[in-house]
Design a protein around this ligand. Structure first.
Ligand code: GLN
Ligand code: ZN
Length: 769
């Protein structure tokens, strides 16, 4: 039997050592030239192709690389470049590309806009249910498309010159349009007939260059689709088939095709990739519907998580599939490997046992290659690899680090009362007013104050062992005290300690909770040059000791004003980590909630009267399919309540969410029953509040009055006007005054002026009643 092909669908483009990040940032800072950036990018592509080839990958992708984002690349490729970027219709310059990605304010020489004028970037949003962000393509109603860049062709040729025959990867035309938006609010899919010819031309040119196959990603096929959308798929792929060109491997991922399967199975493509990790059950129905000669790409290794695969079980499962479709099966990860860290070998902070349970991108490729060998030449050929995987799995399944009977017992003992405050909000509000004695329109912030270079330097020095714990602690105390004095001076009503001790709102807790491991080198691209290191949740979660109480108590000891205790919520911690895959997500989330519940109790006992539990990721955890959403929201809300409901009525619970779109989840938000919720509303000019108004949201709300993403200091009158707009339709006693989000990325001078204006705006409103 000939070797079963192994595909990767895409590799982590940021590079083994985040080379792309450093090259981009050097270029943006003017330290390297465009030519240097481009050659760094070319070196990375070459390295990634060669690694894959050396490892035995037979279907090596090209065009999975991007300088910023592959959806942005697609927009540029087809000429979807909004007018504000001043594009002249010729080749798109790197500066235009990056101003679409990042806006052009503060761009160095070469930018056509006068200082300070600036052009906003395209909107950025999460890529399906991942923590990767893509740039949202923007179409005008009379949008024309044409092949403006030949990046896929260029990169195919680049690999060919290295002697590597690749399968170029494209974002499919239907998903591309569906992920974008039209400036007139119309249906972007109406533009499909104009877009398809551009794809057809590109495919023809790829075929001329010698491409045998193209991977065309249509992840929107796992979403709920209307009849019209299904028809759009038929239209697009019939047109592409008619145009001639390479064979198409239609890639779907992040879920099941479900009710779209019949429509997808009849598309005239030569191959279909299925995510068999998220939905193993879809293989058999797909096999029975797909035409005999269609190649099936089996996404059997988890591209979204870091756990080692069960090679023995996979071999059992795949053997009959291979036998039934000789020569028409490929092996692949469930989705592109973009979403996992590069190589486990780089990670030095994890102990060998935990490490033996993990597989990052490189290890996942090894798994796929081993499966291919085992299926082609018989198990014996890879017996030692199978055994090693089985041993690791057995050790993980029985490890006392994974299973903590105390945690499991406690979870089993959770009662509905534990997830309910002892009295309703109206009564709590009265007790809290009595205790806190806050003015109308109370002012506060979201938690973090500037993480200056000095703060980051001190942390790094402490981490390297160059600054003692005592000195580091003293430094953080001084910063905290400065923040408290600053807030008193400005006249804020509810203070925060400033979060100087936190490197990241999830990692900080991950470092302290049992069942979590944090990493040093395991970066995953979040957007552009920004990478995150999601903690790994490997076992039952518990809290060995208080995590934030010391800082809260210290900060409170400095002032008579209330200081908020600051926690990251259970859903956000789950969402921004790699969770275990041996129990349901909701179980992991409940365990985190119980650990936080203890923290909340300790904060209350330490005299902290206001506790904020941030849940900025609650919405992004929403399942992709409507039918799964209410079950998710039920447990997500329950977890928040479990964490927050153990306190007395006079303890005030806040929550915070940003980047919100609240209409479809407003009832879930209301049932979280936080005494106060702060949200990001300034950029929408309070539009997002509408959902709360319509719902008659009963508890208190702090609509953000200034954008923390911008260095701009908003004038007092602007914020006062926003507040007047906010109180319209809500009870003025419901309204808090705060920025959109934390201030960690801002400079102190901006923060000083913005917050001073904000406090004056609140005073002005008080005078107006
Ligand atoms: N408390 C956090 C901060 O102020 C909240 C950050 C967030 O919502 N992403 O930074
Ligand atoms: Zn926020």
């Amino acid at each position: 039997m000939s070797q079963i092909p192994v595909a990767t669908l895409g590799v982590p483009r940021i590079g083994r050592r985040r080379e792309l990040k450093f090259a981009l940032e050097a270029y943006w800072a003017g330290r390297i030239s465009q030519a240097e950036l481009l050659s760094a990018a070319a070196r990375l592509r070459e390295e990634h192709w060669l690694i894959q080839k050396a490892m035995g990958v037979t279907v090596i992708p090209s065009n999975d690389f991007s300088l910023y984002d592959h959806v942005l690349d697609t927009a540029v490729m087809v000429g979807a470049i909004p007018q504000r970027y001043g594009w002249d219709g010729a080749a798109v310059s790197l500066d235009t590309y990056f101003s679409m990605a990042r806006g052009s304010q503060g761009r160095p020489a070469g930018c056509c806009h006068a200082e300070g004028e600036g052009v906003p970037a395209l909107e950025m949003t999460k890529w399906f249910d991942t923590n990767y962000h893509y740039l949202v393509p923007e179409f005008s109603p009379d949008q024309e498309f044409r092949l403006v860049s030949t990046k896929p062709l260029d990169e195919f040729n680049e690999a060919k010159a290295l002697g590597i025959h690749t399968r170029p990867m494209l974002v499919g035309p239907v998903s591309f349009l569906k992920l974008g938006k039209r400036t007139d609010g119309g249906d972007p899919l109406a533009l499909l007939p104009r877009l398809v010819p551009v794809y057809a031309e590109l495919l023809r040119r790829l075929a001329e260059a010698g491409a045998a196959w193209v991977q065309i990603d249509e992840p929107c096929l796992v979403l709920d689709l209307s009849q019209d959308e299904k028809r759009a798929y038929a239209f697009a792929y019939e047109a592409l088939a008619a145009a001639g060109g390479p064979k198409l491997m239609l890639a779907t991922y992040f879920g099941a095709l479900g009710d779209n399967l019949p429509a997808a199975a009849v598309l005239p493509v030569a191959g279909l990739h299925l995510d068999l990790v998220r939905e193993p059950e879809q293989l058999e129905p797909a096999l029975s519907l797909l035409p005999e000669n269609c190649v099936v790409s089996l996404g059997v290794v988890d591209g979204r998580n870091v756990w080692r695969a069960d090679l023995a079980a996979l071999l059992d499962r795949l053997t009959p599939v291979i036998a039934s479709r000789p020569g028409r099966v490929e092996l692949a990860p469930s989705c592109s490997l973009l979403h996992v860290p590069f190589d486990l070998a780089l990670e030095t902070s994890l102990d060998p046992e935990l490490k033996s349970w993990l597989a990052f991108a490189v290890q996942k490729v090894e798994e796929l290659v081993a499966l291919s060998h085992g299926l082609t030449s018989g198990r014996e050929a890879v017996q030692s690899l199978i055994d090693a995987a089985s041993r690791a799995l057995a050790s993980r399944a029985s490890s006392p680090r994974v299973h903590d009977p105390l945690v499991e017992g406690r979870l089993a003992g959770v009662t509905p009362e534990m997830a309910r405050r002892s009295v309703p909000f109206s009564e709590r509000r009265a007790c809290q007013r009595e205790r806190l004695k806050l003015p109308l329109f109370p002012t506060t912030t979201i938690g973090s104050f500037p993480q200056t270079a000095e703060v980051r330097k001190a942390r790094a020095a402490h981490l390297r062992g160059e600054m003692s714990y005592v000195d580091y602690d003293a430094f953080l105390k001084r910063e905290t005290e400065k923040a408290i004095r600053f807030q008193e001076e400005i006249g804020l009503d509810v203070l925060v300690h400033g979060e100087f001790e936190r490197n990241d709102m999830v990692q900080y807790f991950g470092e302290q909770l049992s069942g979590f491991a944090v990493t040093r080198q395991s970066w995953v691209q979040s957007y552009g040059s920004r990478c995150v290191r999601p903690p790994i949740i490997y076992g039952d979660v518990s809290r060995p000791r208080p995590m934030t109480v010391g800082w809260a108590r210290f900060a409170q000891s400095l002032t008579d004003k209330p200081v908020k205790g600051m926690l990251t919520g259970p859903v956000t911690m789950l969402q921004w980590s790699f969770p275990r895959d041996d129990v349901p997500r909701e179980t992991v989330c409940r365990q985190i909630a119980l650990a936080l519940r203890d923290e909340v109790a300790d904060l209350e006992a330490a005299g902290i009267a206001v506790i904020q539990i941030d849940e900025p990721a609650l919405r992004e955890g929403l399942p992709l399919r409507q039918a799964d959403r209410s079950a998710y929201l039920d447990w997500a809300v329950e977890c928040f309540r479990l964490a927050s409901s153990g306190v007395k009525p006079e303890t005030q619970i806040h929550t915070h969410m940003c980047y919100g779109e609240f209409n479809d989840i407003i009832d879930a938000i209301a049932s979280m029953d936080a005494d106060v919720i702060s949200i990001e509303t300034s950029r929408s000019r309070m539009e997002l509040l509408k959902a709360f108004r319509v719902f008659r949201y009963p508890n208190d709300i702090g609509p953000g009055v200034f954008d923390i993403h911008s260095p701009r200091v908003p004038p007092l009158d602007e914020m006062a006007a926003l507040l007047r707009k906010a109180k319209d339709g809500l009870d003025r006693r419901q309204i808090w005054v705060n920025p959109d989000c934390g201030l960690k990325t801002r400079a102190w001078e901006e923060v000083r002026s913005s917050l001073a204006n904000m406090v004056f705006a609140a005073r002005k409103l008080r005078e107006e009643v």
